[in-house]
Each structure stands twice: as structure tokens, then as C-alpha cells.
Design a protein around this ligand. Structure first.
Ligand SMILES: CCCCCCCCCCC/C=C/C(=O)SCCNC(=O)CCNC(=O)[C@H](O)C(C)(C)COP(=O)(O)OP(=O)(O)OC[C@H]1O[C@@H](n2cnc3c(N)ncnc32)[C@H](O)[C@@H]1OP(=O)(O)O
Ligand code: NDP
Length: 273
């Protein structure tokens, strides 16, 4: 696929992508190493991470590297170790993509206390853990770029009450921390993917997948769902997952990004600052 980015765009840049062993996270990680970056992917399942490392390695341009770490973002100690191991290995941290997360579909009345806690703990506190550790261990002194993967849930999201609440909180957190840490040269953006029927996403919903993914396509203006492209294809106005790495490094500020890109983004995908 024809790329629109310089092959060396991320040369000498180091990015952590949580949940980078599968789906959107892996597509993002590939986008970074294809553009010469060094990427750290992390998740709970080490075997899945190790498998992901091997797949991402095949996309590495000259100077690119990939490191896989086990980390449950809900556990602060593991997040702290993820940051320490990254900085020990590469000596820097330029970007953090809080992609690790997810939820289960359920009518609100059926969600158990533990279920609500797990989803909010994963998506809200997990993102918080990673952002605060990134600040303390590197970005507070050196600046950096943070991208939080959220949901298109600003009008609520029936069936995902727990995750929508958590993601809206992440959006708000991104604005607050973006203001508090602007002086540290840290930029924080959110990307709300449309609906990408990634293999693991579909698997996560089991028999509900047909309902969730197929039915959702009917509500999309272009009547189709997202695909995990290998590379940029912005000419069709489709959100390529290269856009996520792009948010990391070629933005001077959020306002420029909003005005510059919103018009070209597929209407399925809203950029939330
Ligand atoms: C059908 C009508 C159409 C609806 C339209 C909606 C449109 C959807 C658009 C949005 C598309 C978004 C897609 C994605 O985000 S894809 C990402 C998919 N990937 C994941 O979700 C992976 C990560 N998810 C998880 O790991 C788990 O879901 C979880 C976040 C819950 C973490 O679970 P954990 O590892 O902690 O698992 P536990 O087994 O310990 O469970 C903890 C408690 O949660 C309850 N639970 C877990 N799964 C379910 C379930 N499927 N249903 C109900 N309850 C669940 C579990 O019982 C525990 O609670 P208790 O202690 O009270 O038992
Ligand atoms: N696909 C879609 O349509 C949409 C997806 N999103 C969001 O995009 C992100 C990626 O989703 P997608 O790639 O589709 O689905 P995946 O299930 O492939 O991605 C979820 C990833 O997050 C990791 N993860 C989950 N919980 C934790 C945790 N506690 N600690 C560390 N890692 C964790 C998983 O790895 P492991 O299980 O090994 O920990 C997995 O790699 C998610 O946050 C999802 O909610 C948002 C809107 C739409």
C-alpha cells in the first residue's frame, strides 16, 4: 500500500503501545516500526505478546526494534516496571499509546459489581496508571506524546455503559492532563476508532459479535466497518491506523490537528481532544 509518511519518521523514537500484541494495538505498533521506530508492546498474556513481537518484527524498517513485556495495566507495580524496563532498554520514551483495554457487552441492569469494576479499572485506571508513570519516569522532564484509545461514546453507548463511562472519563482526563502538562511539553490526544472487527475483538464478544459488528455497519454513513490496514490509505478518507502513530509525532499542537485532519477523517471516526 502506498505510504504517505517518510520511512524514517520515527527514527530513534521509542513508543509504548499497551495491548500491542493484537488488533488495533498491533496495527499501530507495525505502523511505528515500519517508519523506523522502536516499539514496546505490553499485555497480560505473555505468550500472546511474544507471538505479537514475532509478527511485528517482520515489519521492522532499518533501525526499528520491538520489545514485548508482560503488564496488566490495572496493576500499578507492573505498569511501573513496564516504564522502567522500557527506559532501561532504550534510554528514552517519546510516546505512549493507551490502547490496552476493552469490555464486554451487557444491558446495564445485568452488569455485576465486579464486572463494572473490572471494565472501569481496566480502561480508566489502567490509562491513568500508564500516563502517571510515564510522567514520573520520563515525560515530566523530557516531554512526550500520549494517545488514548477511547470509544465514540459521547452520547452514551447502549450495551457498553461501563466502558462508555470509563472512556468519557479518559477523554476528560486527557483534557485536564493536557492542560496541566502542557508546560512539560506533553501533548495528549484521544482517538475513538469507529468499529474495527479485529479478530480478537470479534472473539471477545462471542455469539454477540454478529449482532454488535454486523448491525453496527448499518449505522455507519459509509455502511462499512474499519479494517486494520497494513499502511496508510488516507486518500480514501479511511482511518488508517497509521494515523495513530502520526498523532504521536507530527503534531505541534492539538488545535492544528483538529482543524487539519478532522475534515479528512471518515465520519465514523471522531477525534476527541
Ligand atoms: C448487541 C447490540 C449492539 C450493541 C452496540 C454496541 C456497539 C459496540 C461498539 C464498540 C465496539 C468496541 C469494540 C472493542 O472495544 S473491541 C475490544 C475487545 N477486547 C476486549 O474487550 C479485551 C479486554 N476485555 C477484557 O479483558 C474483559 O472484558 C474485562 C475488561 C472485563 C476484563 O476482564 P478480567 O480479565 O478482569 O476478567 P474476569 O473474568 O476476572 O471478570 C471480571 C468481572 O467481569 C465480569 N465479566 C467478565 N466478562 C463478562 C461478560 N462477558 N459478561 C458479564 N460479566 C463479565 C466477571 O463476571 C467478573 O465480575 P464478578 O467478579 O462480579 O463475577
Ligand atoms: N475494535 C473496535 O471496534 C474498537 C476497539 N476500541 C478499543 O481499542 C482497543 C483495542 O481493541 P481491539 O484491538 O479491537 O481488541 P483487542 O481485544 O485485540 O485489544 C485489546 C488489547 O488490550 C489488551 N488488554 C486488555 N486488558 C488489559 C490489561 N488489563 N492490561 C494490559 N493489556 C490489556 C489485550 O491483551 P491481553 O488480553 O493479553 O491483556 C489486547 O491486546 C481497546 O481499548 C478497545 O476497547 C474502541 C472502539 C472500537
Amino acid at each position: 500500500m502506498q505510504r504517505i509518511f517518510a520511512k524514517t519518521l520515527f527514527k530513534n523514537k521509542v513508543v509504548i503501545v499497551t495491548g500491542g500484541g493484537t488488533g488495533i494495538g498491533m496495527a499501530t505498533a507495525k505502523g511505528i516500526v515500519e517508519l523506523s521506530g522502536k516499539v514496546v508492546i505490553a499485555g497480560r498474556d505473555k505468550a500472546r505478546i511474544d507471538e505479537g513481537v514475532e509478527k511485528i518484527k517482520t515489519h521492522c524498517a532499518e533501525g526499528a526494534e520491538v520489545l514485548g513485556l508482560q503488564c496488566n495495566i490495572r496493576k500499578r507495580g507492573e505498569v511501573s516496571n513496564m516504564l522502567t524496563d522500557t527506559i532501561d532498554k532504550f534510554g528514552r520514551l517519546d510516546g505512549l499509546v493507551n490502547n490496552g483495554g476493552g469490555q464486554f457487552w451487557s444491558p446495564a441492569e445485568n452488569i455485576s459489581p465486579g464486572g463494572f469494576h473490572a471494565v472501569v479499572d481496566t480502561n480508566l485506571k489502567g490509562s491513568w496508571n500508564c500516563m502517571q508513570e510515564a510522567y514520573h519516569q520520563y515525560m515530566g522532564e523530557n516531554g512526550g506524546k500520549i494517545v488514548n484509545i477511547v470509544l465514540m461514546s459521547e452520547m452514551g453507548l447502549a450495551g457498553m455503559s461501563h466502558s462508555a463511562a470509563a472512556r468519557e472519563a479518559v477523554k476528560n482526563l486527557s483534557i485536564t492532563l493536557g492542560a496541566e502538562w502542557a508546560g512539560n511539553n506533553i501533548q495528549i490526544n484521544c482517538v475513538a476508532p469507529g468499529i474495527f472487527p479485529s479478530e480478537t475483538a470479534v472473539a471477545a464478544y462471542g455469539e454477540q459479535s454478529k449482532e454488535i459488528f454486523d448491525k453496527s455497519a448499518a449505522n455507519v454513513p459509509k455502511k462499512r466497518l474499519g479494517e486494520l490496514y497494513e499502511g496508510a490509505n488516507l486518500s480514501e478518507g479511511t482511518l488508517s491506523l497509521d494515523l495513530i502513530p502520526q498523532i504521536l509525532f507530527n503534531l505541534t499542537d492539538a488545535v492544528q490537528y483538529t482543524t487539519g485532519w478532522k475534515e479528512t477523517l471518515d465520519s465514523r471516526t471522531k477525534l476527541v481532544l
